[in-house]
Design a protein around this ligand. Structure first.
Ligand code: MGD
Ligand code: MGD
Ligand code: MO
Length: 767
């Protein structure tokens, strides 16, 4: 398809407001959703209704009349399209032909309706019966070494199918259970756990009613979690100060018009959100936060000498933390000039942010992919925690750390056992309840699995959702090797690129979406999900399924498990569980007694039920038993430093996409439209490089002079247009997944193996 010229327009509207309603209108037309889809929007995130399948932001106890945002509506309407991707479609188009299509065109074909098997002779997907699919997949799994098979999950499937999927993997014989979190917040799961002993955020909704300052790093709420803008707006109206750290001036962090507020919609005066906007360079957060800490410590020294009230919370520090002295030594040894260079901020900016911290009783730290998707991302999280600990901002009202999670149940999938780390799996319970022995060694992360695809040791893949081959780094190498696997199985709602890279035996199994009725022996089933605040909610669909032969994710997991494992273990009663999902919830409650007791009774209370958080209670499950101050080993989170002609690239989401699902070519809030093959660059950087707006360029991964200089693979993306944009020196931005071929598979976060999709070292070639 030709690549139309991009337009970069100034966008005058605030986030929310009429623009967001127009955004929903646009998607409704292009997704051709069913006439009753609007009913699903009304029921979204309400007790008795359907929990939005888009993001993981919390669902309030007393929801608005319309408790959804522009992007949740888009995701729901996109799910409830009237378009169908039927066997006839596959009879008309070979897999080789479809590989030339983009994901937008593929998904636009609509919902998958029949189980399909790839036929290498015709190069087509052909309809099969469920029975054939289950028994053939089961037979193949039995023939493969379980350790060579990976069961991936993509953050949407509810707790019930997720629990059974994890149980199935262990009963079959592996811990290869990565999920989308391994490309996303795994840095949080590992990095936050290391310093506060809890792998998830510590805040609750009520904290936003008491917070005085929010340090907001590397997350784009206007696009990716718009419902958070309501509590932010309320907090700002109370006087809370938001200090943003982000290379891009994201509209959603600057101003907001609440679409739920008729007066604000009519008079249109937006709420200004940011108190201070710090345009850090790529990876500049460690240094920026160090500068803030340096200021806080300096002012504390002044207060101490003057006999005034201390700024540090010395009681909290003495009782609850470890390592402050070493951290202060490090701060004193680091010069402001080093921090300015590594952060891209001036000393005055860092000091001003420090003054906000010092002037605030209660502080919350919020972050997203701008922190986690860097080689030293866990160090940046450690530094944010350092800042919070100085003032005792952890484990008390109005304070804490709040990572913004991605998919609507990504946190919950981990909670109920989808993890490659045996230490996090309920090993003893599997043994006690089912007599299942969990393999002792850790399983594959996403990166481990992909390395196995490249070296031939990964032989089988089951994907419970996701478009994994498109979402990962190093596309060209991964795509070339993907089809060498013996077995690839995709449990999916819509067709995507990954399905078109068939393994030797390849299957597409169509599943229901959350807004649809899930009829089993005992009636229409409830499922449950967990949000970013560790609340668990029941969810039930009311729409008629998109086809008679589509199964629920739970049914598909049970079908494959039964066909693979047979009836050798009488305690694994897959069909009985399938008939009534409340029995699966009983198993979850028996497995995780403390957190999930009485799950069936509690999940439909307004606001769901809270499964607790040790760090919030100031119980630190760390090695030292205390919250840890950490010293950074680097000042910038990018894995490869500066060099002549090198830039650091952030790969981002637009306002018109959900991950690899691209709804359209408009990035409204950034004032960009027309093309996604663009690279945003600072105008003065363009002048310095002798480049101009009309130039067509190629981005090339630049490893020269790094420890990885021996990797001589040329990774390049051509056909890109430069767009002048307000960015710090040396930082570029462009779109995920178009720019994923530039990220080397080994370029990942140091502790968690999360691909470092931000801070990718590149150079620019003309043409
Ligand atoms: N509509 C919609 N909603 C979504 C998604 C979607 O695709 N569409 N995806 C879902 C998923 S799975 C996820 S994980 C979340 C992702 O939500 P986000 O965490 O917001 O992810 P990104 O779009 O990658 O944007 C990250 C932000 O980090 C900034 N950034 C880049 N590099 C740096 C840096 O070095 N430092 C700092 N401080 N900032 C930086 C970017 O400018 C951008 O504003 O959203 C979820 N919600
Ligand atoms: N360069 C770069 N790469 C990135 C990122 C980045 O910021 N930059 N972000 C990373 C992150 S944070 C993430 S989470 C990944 C996500 O990347 P993706 O794998 O794209 O995530 P999904 O949105 O889950 O995948 C979409 C597919 O899931 C299927 N699907 C949709 N809904 C359902 C459902 O309800 N059930 C089932 N079974 N299937 C469904 C559909 O077939 C759809 O095509 O990408 C990662 N890759
Ligand atoms: Mo994500």
């Amino acid at each position: 398809m030709a690549n139309p010229l991009p337009e970069a327009k100034h966008y005058d509207d605030a986030t929310g407001g009429w623009g967001s309603l127009k955004g929903i209108g646009h998607i409704e037309m292009s997704a051709k959703s069913t006439p009753d889809a609007a009913l699903s929007l009304k029921e979204l995130n309400k007790p008795g209704g359907t929990m939005c399948s888009s993001c993981a932001w919390t669902k309030p106890e007393d929801p608005h009349a319309f408790e959804f945002c522009e992007n949740g509506a888009k995701a729901t309407l996109w799910d409830l399209t009237t378009a169908r991707c039927t066997p006839e479609f596959f009879a008309e188009h070979s897999v080789s032909e479809l590989r030339g299509w983009g994901d937008y065109e593929l998904e636009k074909q609509g919902r998958l309706t029949e189980p399909l098997r790839y036929n290498p002779k015709t190069d087509q997907y052909e309809q099969v019966s469920w029975q054939e699919a289950f028994s053939a997949i089961g037979a193949q799994l039995r023939a493969l070494d379980p350790k060579s098979v990976t069961f991936y999950a993509s953050g949407k499937a509810a707790l019930e199918p997720s629990y059974l999927y994890a149980l199935f993997a262990r009963a079959y014989g592996h811990n290869n259970l990565p999920d989308s979190s391994n490309m996303c917040h795994e840095t949080t799961s590992v990095g936050l756990k290391k310093v506060i002993g809890t792998p998830v955020g510590t805040c609750q909704m009520e904290d936003f009613e008491h917070v005085d300052a929010i340090f907001y790093l590397g997350q784009n709420p206007g696009t990716n979690s718009p419902r958070i803008l309501h509590p932010l707006q309320q907090a700002v109206k109370r006087g809370c100060k938001i200090v943003v750290f982000n290379p891009l001036k994201e509209k959603g962090l600057i101003e907001f018009v609440n679409p739920q507020d008729p007066i604000q919609m009519t008079i249109g005066k937006p709420t200004k959100l940011d108190h201070q906007y710090c345009q850090v360079r790529s990876g500049g957060d460690i240094a920026a936060l160090m500068g803030v800490c340096k200021r806080v410590i300096e002012l504390d020294e002044v207060a101490k000498k003057a006999g005034a009230k201390r700024i540090l919370d010395s009681d909290f520090i003495a009782q609850h933390t470890h390592g402050l002295d070493a951290f202060i030594t490090k701060l004193n040894a680091t010069q402001w000039s080093e921090l300015e260079q590594a952060s891209g901020l001036s000393q005055a900016e860092m000091e001003a942010a420090g003054d906000v911290y010092v002037g605030s009783e209660n502080v919350i730290g919020i972050y997203g992919m701008g922190l986690t998707q860097h080689v030293h991302g866990s160090q940046a999280i450690g530094m944010l925690v350092n800042l919070l600990l100085l003032g005792g901002n952890m484990g008390r009202q109005g304070a804490g750390c709040s990572p913004i999670r991605g998919h609507s149940n990504v946190q919950g999938q981990r909670t109920v056992g989808i993890t490659e780390k045996t230490a996090l799996a309920p090993v003893e319970k599997y043994q006690e309840l089912f007599g299942v022995e969990t393999p002792s060694e850790d399983g594959n992360t996403t990166v481990d699995f992909l390395e196995g695809v490249l070296n031939g040791s990964s032989k089988g893949f089951i994907g419970l959702g996701g478009n994994l081959a498109k979402a990962v780094p190093d596309h060209e190498r991964v795509h070339a090797a993907w089809g060498d696997m013996e077995l690839t199985v995709h449990i999916a709602t819509k067709l995507n690129t990954t399905h078109l890279l068939p393994g030797k035996s390849s299957w597409i199994l169509p599943c229901l979406v959350r807004a649809e009725q899930d009829e089993q022996a005992s009636g229409n089933q409830w499922v449950s999900v967990e949000d970013s605040f560790s609340h668990i909610y029941g969810s039930r669909g009311h729409r008629t399924p998109a086809g008679d032969n589509i199964k629920s994710e739970t049914a598909i997991v049970c079908g494959i498990a039964e066909a693979t494992l047979g009836s050798a273990n009488p305690r694994l009663t897959w069909s009985d569980w399938l008939g009534d999902y409340s029995k699966i919830r009983d198993l979850i409650a028996e497995t995780f007694v403390e957190e999930f007791h009485d799950m069936n009774a509690r999940m439909n209370k307004p606001g769901g039920f809270y499964r607790g958080n040790a760090a919030r209670e100031r119980i630190w499950k760390t090695d030292s038993g205390k919250a840890e101050f950490t010293d950074p080993t680097v000042l910038n989170s990018c894995g490869i430093g500066d060099a002549e002609g090198r830039y650091h690239l952030a790969t981002l989401r637009s306002n018109d996409q959900f991950n690899t699902t691209i709804y359209g070519h408009s990035d409204r809030l950034r004032g960009l439209s027309g093309s996604r093959m663009i690279v945003l660059m600072r105008p003065s950087d363009m002048v310095a490089a002798g480049l101009s707006e009309d130039d067509e360029i190629t981005l090339v991964t630049d490893l020269t002079g790094s420890d990885h200089g021996q990797d001589t693979i040329r990774r390049a993306v051509s056909g890109l247009k430069l767009v002048p944009y307000d960015l710090p020196v040396g930082t570029l931005a462009g779109y995920f997944p178009e720019l994923n071929p530039l990220v080397p598979l080994w370029y990942h976060e140091e502790l968690s193996q999360t691909p470092a999709s931000k801070g990718v070292p590149v150079r620019i070639e003309r043409g």
